[in-house]
Design a protein around this ligand. Structure first.
Ligand code: ADP
Ligand code: ASP
Ligand code: MG
Length: 815
């Protein structure tokens, strides 16, 4: 004999019930079956809402009853042939009418007792089971209905009654020893007290009904049929990567369900555990899937962590005071008063000094608990021996569960560091003495991030998800997205990095998609997005609170550069090719670096100097290994290099500058390049990264631009002024030719002093042969004394800049 239980979604409507009938029909060919069913999905909630409406004199409870009636009548019409419907429709209508009478009573009295409430909610299972039993007769002729209230006997703790096992077991055994039907359909969740009042076993209690039957009859198997492929490593609705657990012990399953894995009602396990009856969790909608097998077999070689679960809407109550140390009975009084008020304690920690006790309970119980506790310790409060208890609400418990954790070191360390890295603040910690679980209390807002990041750490073979929030999709941004699109698969397979673009924004529009924006159609998505706002972008990014979030700035915008600190403070990394922040006031630069350290959020800007060339990264490694930079000589402007390399007697200065702009080698405002400001910013950043404090004003800028060009206000005027002063530029070229030199715009730092300016470079200099838009940097250090460390290569262009940004993102992924 087997007991099967089908949950609310499995019996949500006629279509689903047909799947249930098929499963039962198949199985009934091999075994006698007891089939316990839940109410149709959502009906218990509807009944509770109708009752509370009626009791508060809101007559819309009648609409709710109509809604309930409709659901059931519809199912009957699809499940049972028309000529056999009459009796069933009559049964259904009679029950609905009785339900309505009860609700009318509540409405008239303006009251709802726990006893009446149980009576009302019982209609969910009564209706569903009767309809399913009748439908079952179409498939399995030898089948019947039995009201579980006649078998399962409880006390009168309405809402969550305690089962009288001796009597219940006897009733069940007697009934089934005389019953010869192949399939017996039974309502889950409901029972009755000795004076025949209807009681219920607690929300989700149909699982328990099935377990009680299974244990009483010592069946071979208990099957819990639901809407997922078993018990998962984490709640699959919150953690997309969660996987069904194939095998798990009773104790582990109990721990997971106690800590919130709703797929199994926690009391379910106890009755079957004592009889060693295995439980299968199976999916009604995918019966061929393996599911989860719960038994006493443990596997010492598997992953020591079996699953991660959580309970939300938790409050922490802390009781503290010098009067608690060494005084016997404080805990006893605390727990006694909670128990007297039927307050369930989910979590306990006590500091080893005995100075404080901290307990976790449901938010709903917090106010009552505070009043009750303060009352019981009134005397100690007045003598200032124990402080009034402190309540913190809206928290969440997250628990790692696994029997084998006790044999593995370092799991809690990994758990805390994973949460810490993601800026999840841990409010309290408890480890069960059985070492079967480690639980932490965290802020409710962090739960999704915490579950996902822990899941990644313990179950996903080190795959790391990176979530990008990209601002600026011009030349470079577009290339960046193309590169991600192209590399996504490679990164996942080879580097175990799952790169997702969550948000995109340009100056007009922005778009967010928590599941990741399609990199094929991103332009359309962005066009259809909402109006851009930097403030909203920050707020939305923060609100999503995704793990490993990275803000990527691919603009040249001052306002955007001012937003970094908001991201860093929320543990969101910043990757930027925008030089403005790092070349602004030294204090601002330092503050961003400090925030990055404090909040454990990388702040990377490799592309600020030399586009994709690894200049800043190399510098960082030199400094980290104890080297010191004394002197830097560099050609850092790909655009100026391109301009002076192409400027000739036949190609005017104006035309070359225009072309550089078209090819994306200059800043949107070319004057920033030509005035030397861009190069000054770059050398400033290198100087600061070398450990020196310097401001922009400290850098001497020997400009080659005539004053009038410098003073223009628009790009158009600037280009006009280049034509007007063409002879000035031609003279520079002539002078260089005469000296057998080339023109290069050089940045220098030596002996604490820095300058940028155009120089005549002789043939023997390594800078002479710098082609195209290349950059070169020479670092003279303690270790590189005579021969500098040289980095040389393409220092401008959309593709190389994009790949530099990409490299920063990967650096974060590899941390
Ligand atoms: P039923 O109505 O069949 O009793 P429930 O809604 O009570 O189903 O339980 C199944 C649901 O439990 C799943 O749809 C899933 O959302 C949720 N759930 C939470 N944690 C877990 C977990 N660790 N594994 C599987 N499901 C879980
Ligand atoms: N119908 C009840 C509930 O929704 C019992 C169950 O489904 O297990 O809580
Ligand atoms: Mg359930």
């Amino acid at each position: 004999m087997k007991v099967l239980k089908f949950g609310g979604t499995s019996v949500a409507n006629a279509q689903n019930i047909k799947l249930v009938l098929e499963i039962v029909e198949q199985k009934s060919k091999e075994d006698k079956l007891i089939v316990a069913v839940s109410a149709f999905s959502g009906v218990t909630d509807l009944l509770i809402s109708a009752a509370s409406k009626a009791a508060s004199k809101d007559d819309s409870y009648r609409d709710v009853v109509l809604q309930i009636e409709k659901k059931h009548l519809e199912a009957i019409k699809e499940l049972v042939p028309a000529n056999e419907q009459t009796a069933l429709l009559h049964y259904c209508k009679k029950n609905i009418s009785y339900l309505e009478t009860l609700l009318d009573g509540c409405y008239l009295l303006g009251e709802l007792t726990a006893r009446t409430s149980d009576m009302i909610v019982s209609f969910g299972e009564l209706l569903s089971s009767y309809i399913i039993a009748e439908a079952m007769k179409q498939k399995v002729a030898n089948s019947s209905f039995k009201d579980s209230r006649e078998l399962i006997k409880t006390d009168t703790n309405f809402g969550k009654a305690e089962v009288y096992f001796e009597l219940t077991n006897k009733n069940i055994q007697n009934y089934f020893s005389e019953d010869s039907t192949q399939v017996t359909v039974i309502p889950g969740f409901i029972a009755s007290s000795s004076n025949k009042n209807t009681t219920t076993l607690g929300r989700g209690g149909s699982d328990y009904t099935a377990a009680i039957l299974a244990a009483a009859l010592n069946v071979t198997e208990l099957e819990i049929w639901t809407d997922v492929n078993g018990m998962f490593t984490a709640n699959p609705k919150i953690v997309k990567q969660a996987q069904p657990i194939e095998k798990i012990t009773y104790e582990e399953a109990m721990e997971l369900s106690h800590f919130g894995a709703k797929v199994l009602y926690p009391p379910t396990i106890q009755p079957v555990l004592s009889k060693n009856i295995p439980i299968w969790i199976k999916n009604t909608f995918e019966p061929e899937a393996f599911g989860t097998y719960i038994s006493s077999e443990s596997n010492p070689n598997g992953n020591p962590i079996k699953g991660i679960s959580h309970i939300d809407k938790i409050s922490l109550i802390t009781l503290e005071g010098s009067g608690m140390v060494g005084v016997a009975g404080v805990s006893k009084r605390l727990f006694e008063v909670l128990s007297n008020h039927s307050i369930n304690v989910i979590f306990i920690t006590q500091a080893s000094s005995e100075h404080s006790i901290c307990i976790g309970i449901l938010n709903a119980d917090a106010d009552l608990a505070k009043t009750a506790i303060d009352k019981i310790f009134e005397l100690e409060n007045s003598q200032q021996k124990i402080n009034p208890c402190v309540v913190e609400k809206d928290l969440c418990i997250v628990a790692l569960v696994g029997e084998q954790m006790k044999n593995h070191q370092g799991i809690s360390g990994k758990m805390f560091s994973t949460l810490g890295k993601n800026n999840v603040n841990i409010r309290a910690i408890a480890q069960g003495a059985s070492e079967r679980n480690i639980s932490v209390v965290i802020n409710e807002n962090d739960v999704k991030k915490a579950l996902n990041t822990l899941h990644e750490r313990f179950f996903e073979e080190q795959t790391k998800q990176l979530n990008l929030f990209v601002m600026g999709v011009g030349n470079v941004g577009e290339k960046f997205i193309e590169q991600i699109h192209q590399q996504k698969k490679f990164l996942k397979e080879n580097l175990k990095i799952n790169l997702r673009v969550i948000a995109l924004s340009n100056s007009r529009k922005m778009v967010f998609d928590e599941e990741g924006i399609s990199l094929k159609d991103w332009k359309t998505d962005l066009d259809n997005g909402e109006k851009t706002s930097k403030a909203d972008f920050i707020e939305k990014t923060k609100a999503l609170n995704l793990r490993n979030s990275i803000f990527v700035d691919i603009t040249a915008n001052t306002e955007v550069s001012k937003t970094y600190e908001h991201y860093l403070r929320k543990n969101i990394a910043v990757v930027t090719c925008n030089k403005i922040a790092c070349s602004s006031e030294y204090d601002n630069y330092l503050n961003l670096k400090r925030l990055s350290r404090k909040y454990n959020a990388p702040f990377l800007f490799e592309t600020n100097v030399g586009a994709g060339l690894p200049i800043i990264d190399t510098l960082k490694h030199l400094i980290a290994s104890g080297d010191r930079i004394h002197k830097i000589q560099a050609v850092l402007s790909g655009s100026l290099n391109f301009i002076f390399n192409n400027f000739s007697e036949t190609y005017t200065f104006h035309d070359v500058v225009k072309e550089a702009g078209v090819q994306g080698f200059t800043e949107p405002d070319p004057k920033i390049d030509l005035s030397g400001v861009d190069v000054a910013r770059k050398i400033l950043i290198l100087i600061r990264e070398s450990g020196y404090q310097m401001e922009m004003e400290d850098i001497e800028n020997i400009s080659f631009l005539p004053k009038e060009c410098m003073e223009t206000k628009t790009n158009e005027d600037f280009f006009k002024s280049l034509i007007k002063h063409s002879s000035h530029f031609e003279n520079l070229l002539k002078e260089a030719k005469e000296k057998d030199c080339r023109l290069k715009f050089v940045a220098k730092f030596d002996n604490g002093k820095a300058s940028v300016g155009l120089q005549f470079i002789p043939k023997e200099s390594p800078f002479y042969n710098l082609e195209g838009k290349d950059n070169i940097v020479e670092f003279f250090t303690d270790r590189y004394v005579d021969q500098p460390l040289i980095i040389k290569g393409a220092g401008a262009g959309a593709a190389v800049t994009a790949s530099g940004i990409f490299a920063d993102v990967i650096r974060i992924g590899n941390v």
